[in-house]
Design a protein around this ligand. Structure first.
Ligand code: NAD
Ligand code: TYD
Length: 360
């Protein structure tokens, strides 16, 4: 039975990944989910799988060497999938320290514990071990020329404290590969969207605000471009790299789906109007009049765009859900999960919201 140690599995992408693995592999795998449950971690995201015998949750911090080492000594872990991170750029601009602590030092602890558990006396590693580090396209910086794309060979040029911390963690993983022949791969993925995303990120924030008649805060001129990928396609890409990725390699994962932020907001409004029945009182709130241009994000990257050629060529992966279908599924999910949103938007979220957006 293959054992996966997934960090950050109670977050947005991690929980979607765990659900995907169980759907695909059923009882033939075991998943250990290690998550410290920060504001972004939510066990409700895993309700469907939590009773499975081949699933175990550990409330632990990836910076906690003792707790992580104990899990490695108790279980024969085959694959680590390292999602755990502070993930929101705006928060990193307000408070960079925790980004370095979790994203850099936490990853270092994970690397050390995996190496400690796996490396033989002669410096070799048993067959089948893999540390997959989940990273972002933001490490490559910002594209100015519309014909340019991020390739695995594009030099790193991070601008935000978030992307700088992810870049640092990627370099640590690379250093372990180069120094210790540590069996690792890195995936650099573009912006994800889908069910269970925390409403600090663009798409769920705009859905929630439109439904409740709150203003839709557009940073700057709204023309910054992101390359959006449906979260299940990201899960499939990670699975493909675990199954067939070459050790020591990086793989870019992206949706071939570049859109300006303002386009995304118009699509959300149109889709909400289409999906909401006239009898639903929330429909009256949905209006272009809510769009409000606010002060730009500091150091705001203009455009991200991934060239996923390598993962397609080597592993046959490509995005399966186009944006029209993906955004409909996502909005349908948020419409059907009002209670999830109500539980997430607790006092802490409102405090964050007021701090970030009042008088912006
Ligand atoms: P998220 O913020 O929704 O979830 C992060 C999870 O990590 C939460 O469950 C949180 O409780 C946990 N966590 C945070 N600090 C921890 C710590 N010190 N110890 C243990 N657990 C901790 O993030 P996400 O959007 O699901 O992103 C997951 C990963 O994917 C991150 O590494 C992120 O950099 C990367 N990524 C995200 C995107 C995106 O669009 N969201 C795109 C590319 C890559
Ligand atoms: P976000 O979802 O935070 O992802 P990232 O910054 O990691 O790409 O933001 C996506 C884009 O949307 C980014 O250009 C910033 C912009 N944005 C807004 O215009 N308004 C908002 O309220 C938020 C959260 C983001």
């Amino acid at each position: 039975m293959k054992t996966y140690l997934v960090t950050g599995g109670a977050g947005f992408i991690g929980s979607n990944f765990i659900r995907y693995l169980f759907e695909k592999y059923g009882d033939s795998i075991r998943i250990l989910n290690v998550d410290s449950l920060t504001y972004a971690g939510n066990l409700e995201n895993l309700k469907e799988v939590s009773a499975r015998e081949n699933y175990r949750f550990f409330k632990a911090d990836i910076r906690d060497k003792k707790a992580i080492a104990e899990i490695f000594s108790e279980y024969d872990v085959d694959t680590v999938v390292n999602f755990a991170a502070e993930s929101h750029v705006d928060r990193s601009i307000e408070n960079p320290e925790i980004f370095v602590e979790t994203n850099v030092l936490g990853t270092l602890v994970m690397l050390n514990c995996a190496r400690g558990a796996w490396e033989g006396k002669d410096g070799s590693y048993p067959e089948g071990k893999l540390f997959l580090h989940v990273s972002t396209d933001e490490v490559y910086g910002s594209l100015e020329n519309p014909e340019d794309y991020f390739y695995e060979t594009t030099p790193y040029d991070p601008h935000s404290p978030y992307s700088a911390s992810k870049a640092s963690s990627d370099f640590l993983v690379k250093a372990y590969v180069d120094t210790y022949h540590f069996p690792a791969c890195i995936t650099n993925c573009s912006n994800n969207y889908g069910p269970y995303q925390f409403p600090e990120k663009l798409i769920p924030l705009m859905i929630n605000n439109a439904l409740t008649g709150k203003s839709l805060p557009v940073y700057g001129d709204g023309k910054n471009v992101r390359d959006w990928l449906y979260v299940e396609d990201h899960a499939k890409g990670i699975d493909a790299v675990i199954q067939g990725g070459r050790h020591g390699e990086k793989y870019n994962i992206g949706g071939h789906n570049e859109k300006q932020n303002i386009e995304i907001i118009h699509i959300i409004l149109d889709t909400l109007r289409e999906l909401l029945p006239d009898s639903d009182p929330r429909k009256q709130n949905v209006s272009e009049d809510l769009i409000t241009y606010v002060k730009d994000r500091k150091g705001h990257d203009r455009r991200y765009a991934i060239a996923p050629d390598k993962i397609h060529r080597e592993l046959g992966w490509e995005p399966e859900t186009d944006f029209e279908a993906g955004i409909r599924k996502t909005i349908r999910w948020y419409l059907d999960h009002e209670e999830w949103m109500a539980n997430v938007i607790n006092g802490d979220y409102m405090k964050y919201y007021e701090k970030m957006y009042n008088n912006r």
